[in-house]
Structures are given as structure tokens and as C-alpha cells.
Ligand binder design. Structure first.
Ligand code: ADP
Ligand code: MG
Length: 676
């Protein structure tokens, strides 16, 4: 038998059960063995009745100490009542209809009773406990299960599988010794059939290590599979010249990021770098500086934005900063007419445009370059590794810069962007006023409207954000539109109010954004389309309706639209719904504007799985490791991965063959990884 064999070949499984296993995502024997328990029921150390906790079930070992009385309550309902004694005191146990259980309860025989012990002043009782023979004094696993396939059945199947076959250990002996890890066989028995919790611990350590080791090895080999030669060399000699064009001085953090990039770009090896900076930290200036340097040295750049609104905004920013520089900038989005698009494409191919800015979708298809030297993708976390790879094909090993405004915890960036080098812009431009955030409910809505009107009267601008979540798009859209119409006619009838939502035509969106940027629109009612990247420094106030419907990172992104200029800004979270947890979450937003803190909290609340969207990153799922707890193992496994790469960079050594197979099946999209 082999790991890849279908699970139906396991003794006692067969077609029917195999179907149930499939529902749990288990198709192969290997997957079955890697279906780890979610938790354990501990019957290994039964308690005395007096030790029983009052708020949760436990296991008691006691002898049947009375006759079992049958009580017929009504038709088809029988109670069985008896006393059991743990050597110290009696407990009265009641079973409902469990004839089969009642029948084995011989007087004087000892059993394990697993359930909740309820105590009053005068009595001690258990109701419907699970009953086990005293020989079953073990730890039993609780598996993620499905109807028709309970933990016991899963456990049995695993036991049978392990009696038929034990997979080869992908971790070489030397590695296991170095990191004090037990063998795969021991670990599988330890995790599925532990005798003590020490067994579980040792097994878990080994399996978590293995998982994080595979992951980091895969990433490392992927990184090393990148070409280490590029003809694109950009020295950056025009950087100082560029700086004189800026209406501000770059922050030290911006300068450092630019220098790190230029360092890569003149190295002769293609750059793959992530610039991470909190919202408003000035990432755009970094992109302009680099593409300016590239253009001056005769290389084309392409800037990719996730939305049309954002692409257009970048286009304006670039054009302003590059006025009269001899550098030509093109905008290529879905709303550009076909004829015009064709013209632009031709000019791009001829090298007449130095910088092309556009949405991902448009730039992804048939745009070809004469001398592409630099690719910048803004807000990249929305795109996966694969898309990134397909882009580089548009040039001869161009440099690649990814800009992300989602500050993510360090560990997460190692995983999600493990194939990239990282620069962090860790400070905001000087003179930024802090954003104050408040949580209110609609009882003081009028006051908040007053507050907004005051700011508009002083010449500032503001946003009102209405949630628009996917499941409920139509209804949400209707309510945003209605909201807009209502406040335009009533509370804000003396002001110019605009509306922006994702279902508008690109041209309409563009017109609204332009009007808002120029100050013509004073108050913008919007759905989350403004979440990404919009930059209007005169906007200083934001009211977020139904704030409870947003995640923390999303709120942080939204809030990042204000506090971008010289004025103090205010963000008002309005929420009438949600329990304590929601309140806590929103209060947390009021307590910090630090994107990294927000990200940590978000990760803690949502778990790594949901953090960046499931599987969007194209990496294998973590089945047993928990990144909030297993940092030490994460680091150890990372070191082991580096060590492996140093000693056997092609994974050719015999002792690593099993490892090689495991990892390449795990990273199924093998073509993007370093194995061939
Ligand atoms: P983000 O990092 O969120 O993309 P942007 O690049 O949109 O931030 O920059 C936010 C605002 O800060 C812009 O209005 C930009 O002109 C301004 N800005 C950027 N760098 C500086 C700086 N060094 N000093 C002052 N203002 C700056
Ligand atoms: Mg930005």
C-alpha cells in the first residue's frame, strides 16, 4: 500500500465509507493518516468525584454499587438509575433509553463514566455519561467528523491503515536527531493513539516541525529557482535629480526603501522585493522615484493597481511629478476605448511610453514592451504568486516590486511573501496629525452630522462609508444609494454630496473621484471601493456606518483615507449591533492607529486561515501548526530549511529523496517551484 492509494482500500473502509471520508477532504491513505485529532478526551487519569470540576465533563472511575432500576416514564421512554461508588462516595447515575449500556452494568463491576458531575448539598449525580470498560482507561482522540463517520470509526480506520502500512519518514535521521524529533511512525501512533499526553506533545512537536519545515523549504527552493541573472541594470544615478521634483523631502524610511531597491536593481540579479508600509506612509513616491530612475536609464516600467480608480489616481500623481521631464506616462484601463488602447499598446511596444499605469486585468493580457525593466504592483496582497510570475514574462527578467498597504505580522509576511525580500517603511511623513477614532451609536447620529458639517464649513472634506459585503450586494447597494439620496435632500442639503460605488461605470467613478479630489464634492458617500489607496489629503473626517460589519484590517484601510495631510482627522465608527466581542473589536480600533498592531489583533481574532483569504496565496494549508503558538518551531524549521538548502541545493542526496517527493506533491503547482 502507498500513501497515494485511495482510502477505500483500507481494511473496513470500502466504497461507502470512502465517500464519507471524501466529504472530510480525505481521499488517500496518506491524507487519512494526516487527519489529526482536533482534541482528546482524557480517560487516562480518572478523577475522584470530589475532584470533579463543576463546569465541564470529566472521567470518573467507579464501581456499580446498586441494582439498576428501570423506570418507565412514558411510551418508549425508559430511565435507568443506579448508584456507583468511587471508593469514597456514591454518585447517582441516570441513563435515558440506553438499554445496551444498562445491560452491561453488573453489580460490583468497575467502569469509567465520562460526563458532567452535578453536585448539590445532598446529592451527587451524573446524567447520561458515556460508559467505558475500565480497560479503556486511555486518551481517545476527537476528530473533525461528519454524519455517519464519528471519531471512533475514524480512529478505527486509521488503526487499520497503520497496521497495513506506515509511510517512509521524509525527515532524514540526522535532521531528526539534531532537532530531537521522533520518527514519523512514532509520531503517527503518538498523535492518533497516545497513552499519555507526553506522547501527544512529542508527536505534535515532530509533526508541526515537519509541516513548517516543508513549507519553508518549498518557499526557499522557489526563491532560489528565480533566475540569478538579469540584463536590466539601473544604477539610480538620477535619484537626486528626481528628488528636486518632489514638493516634500522623502522620509528616511522612504529613502531607505528606495536605496534598497536600487541596490537590487543594479546588482545584475532580478529584484523581487516587497515594500511594506502602513497606509499613508508614502509608498507611491517610492514607485515614482524608481520608475523615474528606470526611465532615465532607458528602461520601461509598468505600475499595476487593483482598481481603476486607483490606477487613474496614480496616473495623475505620476504625471504631476514627472511634468516636463521628458518621461511619457500612459494610462491603460478597461474604460479606455478599443481604438485608443490599440494605439497605446503600439506606442508601448515601440518604447514611446516609459511608464504604463493600469489595472491588473488590462495589463495582464496582450500588452508588450520594448524594454521592460521594472514591474510595480500596488496592493499586491490581492494577487497570488502565480499572477506575479506570469507578469515577469513580459520582459527579460525585469525587476519586481510589490507594494503592500496591509501591514501583516512578521511571520505571516515570511510565509505569504517568503519568496520576496522585504523593505519596511516604518514611519509616516512628518507633520501628520493623529487620527482620533470614536465609537458611537445612532442615538447621537445628529451630533456626528453636526460635527461633519462644521468641518465642511471650514473647507475640509469627508467620507461616509456604507458597508457593502458580498453576500448581500444588491440590498447593500440599494441601502447605500438610498442613504445618499436621503442625506443629500436632508441633513446635507446645503453641501455637495457625491456617491461612489463599485457598480458604477468606470467613467462615472472617475468623474466622481476627480470632483472629490478637486474639492468640488465636499462629502463622499461610498462603499468600500475607497478602501484601497485613495489619497485626498483635504479629507479629514470619516463616518463608517454599520462598522460592526467590517474586519479590523479593513477598517484600518478605510481609516487610512484620512489623516493624510496637515489637518487633524477624525474617524467615527457607528454601530448599533453586535455583542460584547464586536464592541471590543471596535474599541480596539479606537485605541490604536498602528497598522501592525491592528494586523496582529486581526490575526489573533480571525486566525491565519482567514487572514488573507483562504488559499489565495497558493501555499499548502497548515494542518497542525498554529502560527500564534508555534513560533519557536517555526524558526527552528526555518533554520533547518536553510541548512538543507546549503548542504543539498538540488535535493539530489539519497537521504533526501523522500523529502523531495513530499514537498513537491505538497506544492502541487510544481512548475513555479524549484524542482524539475
Ligand atoms: P500609501 O503608502 O498609503 O500609498 P501615498 O503614497 O498615497 O501613501 O502617500 C500619502 C500622502 O502622503 C500623499 O498625499 C503623498 O503626497 C504624501 N507624502 C508622501 N511622502 C511624503 C513625505 N515624505 N512628506 C510629506 N508628504 C508625503
Ligand atoms: Mg497606496
Amino acid at each position: 500500500m502507498r500513501s497515494t492509494d485511495n482510502v477505500r482500500y483500507v481494511k473496513g473502509v470500502g466504497e461507502k465509507r470512502a465517500e464519507l471520508f471524501r466529504q472530510l477532504g480525505i481521499e488517500s491513505v496518506g491524507a487519512l493518516l494526516r487527519h489529526y485529532p482536533r482534541s482528546y478526551i482524557d480517560r487516562s487519569r480518572p478523577l475522584k468525584l470530589r475532584e470533579a470540576p463543576f463546569d465541564r465533563p470529566c472521567c470518573i472511575k467507579a464501581k456499580v454499587f446498586s441494582e439498576v432500576r428501570e423506570i418507565y416514564v412514558r411510551h418508549k421512554m425508559v430511565l435507568y438509575k443506579f448508584f456507583a461508588n468511587d471508593g469514597e462516595e456514591n454518585v447517582e447515575i441516570t441513563l435515558f433509553n440506553q438499554k445496551w449500556a444498562a445491560e452491561k452494568l453488573e453489580f460490583g463491576k468497575e467502569f469509567l463514566f465520562y460526563g458532567q458531575v452535578n453536585r448539590t448539598l445532598f446529592s451527587c449525580e451524573m446524567s447520561s455519561p458515556e460508559i467505558y470498560d475500565s480497560t479503556e482507561q486511555t486518551i481517545s482522540p476527537v476528530y473533525p467528523q461528519t454524519a455517519g463517520l464519528n471519531s471512533k470509526a475514524i480512529s478505527k480506520a486509521i488503526q487499520n491503515a497503520l497496521s497495513q502500512f506506515v509511510p517512509d519518514d521524509p525527515l532524514p535521521e540526522t535532521l531528526r536527531q539534531k532537532y530531537s524529533l521522533i520518527s514519523l511512525k512514532e509520531a503517527l501512533f503518538g498523535i492518533h493513539f497516545p497513552k499519555t499526553f507526553r506522547d501527544v506533545e512529542a508527536a505534535r512537536k515532530r509533526l508541526v516541525f515537519e509541516e513548517l519545515f516543508f513549507l519553508q523549504t518549498g518557499i526557499l527552493f522557489q526563491k532560489s529557482s528565480r533566475s540569478n541573472y538579469t540584463p536590466v541594470k539601473i544604477s539610480g544615478q538620477f535619484l537626486d535629480e528626481f528628488k528636486t521634483r518632489l514638493p516634500f523631502t522623502l522620509t528616511e524610511a522612504q529613502s531607505n526603501a528606495i536605496l534598497q531597491c536600487l541596490n537590487d536593481m543594479q546588482s545584475g540579479r532580478p529584484m523581487s522585493r516587497l515594500v511594506q508600509g502602513d497606509v499613508g506612509s508614502g509608498k507611491t513616491a517610492v514607485a515614482v522615484a524608481l520608475s523615474y530612475c528606470a526611465a532615465k536609464e532607458n528602461w520601461q516600467s509598468v505600475i499595476m493597481a487593483p482598481t481603476e480608480v486607483l490606477a487613474t489616481q496614480h496616473f495623475e500623481t505620476f504625471r504631476n511629478l514627472l511634468k516636463n521631464s521628458g518621461i511619457n506616462v500612459a494610462l491603460l484601463t478597461g474604460s479606455v476605448t478599443k481604438a485608443k488602447k490599440a494605439k497605446i499598446k503600439e506606442a508601448v511596444l515601440n518604447g514611446e511610453y516609459d511608464i504604463v499605469i493600469g489595472t491588473h486585468a488590462v495589463l495582464q493580457d496582450d500588452v508588450c514592451f520594448k524594454r521592460l525593466g521594472l514591474i510595480v504592483t500596488d496592493e499586491q496582497h490581492r494577487f497570488g504568486v502565480e499572477q506575479r510570475t506570469s507578469l515577469t514574462a513580459k520582459g527579460n527578467e525585469p525587476h519586481m516590486l510589490v507594494m503592500s498597504a496591509t501591514p501583516i505580522p512578521r511571520t505571516m509576511s515570511l510565509i505569504f511573501y517568503g519568496d520576496l525580500d522585504i523593505s519596511i517603511i516604518d514611519s509616516l511623513p512628518r507633520g501628520r496629525q493623529p487620527i482620533a477614532t470614536y465609537l458611537i451609536d445612532s442615538s447621537i447620529r445628529q451630533r456626528s452630522y453636526n460635527y461633519i458639517r462644521n468641518h465642511l464649513d471650514q473647507g475640509r472634506q469627508g467620507y461616509i462609508v456604507c458597508p457593502m459585503v458580498e453576500e448581500n450586494e444588491t440590498a447593500d447597494l440599494a441601502s447605500a444609494v438610498k442613504y445618499y439620496e436621503d442625506i443629500k435632500e436632508n441633513d446635507f442639503k446645503n453641501y455637495t454630496v457625491g456617491l461612489l460605488h463599485g457598480k458604477m461605470k468606470p467613467k462615472e467613478k472617475d468623474a466622481v473621484m476627480k470632483a472629490f479630489a478637486s474639492g468640488e464634492i465636499q462629502l463622499l458617500v461610498s462603499t468600500t471601493v475607497i478602501e484601497v489607496g485613495i489619497d485626498v489629503p483635504n479629507a479629514v473626517i470619516m463616518l463608517i456606518e454599520n462598522a460592526e460589519r467590517f474586519g479590523l484590517s479593513q477598517l484600518h484601510q478605510l481609516r487610512g483615507r484620512i489623516g493624510r495631510g496637515q489637518y487633524a482627522s477624525t474617524c467615527i465608527l457607528l454601530s448599533d449591533r453586535g455583542g460584547n466581542d464586536t464592541k471590543q473589536r471596535l474599541k480596539f480600533m479606537c485605541s490604536t492607529t498602528d497598522g501592525f498592531k491592528v494586523a496582529d489583533k486581526d490575526l489573533e481574532l480571525r486566525g491565519p486561515g482567514d487572514f488573507l483569504g483562504k488559499r489565495q496565496h497558493g501555499l499548502p494549508e497548515l494542518k497542525i501548526a498554529d502560527l500564534s503558538e508555534d513560533m519557536e518551531l517555526f524558526r527552528a524549521a526555518g533554520n533547518a530549511a536553510k541548512e538543507l538548502y546549503r548542504t543539498d541545493p538540488t535535493l539530489k542526496s539519497p537521504e533526501n529523496q523522500c523529502l523531495r517527493t513530499e514537498i513537491s506533491t505538497l506544492f502541487k503547482t510544481a512548475k513555479t517551484y524549484g524542482y524539475n
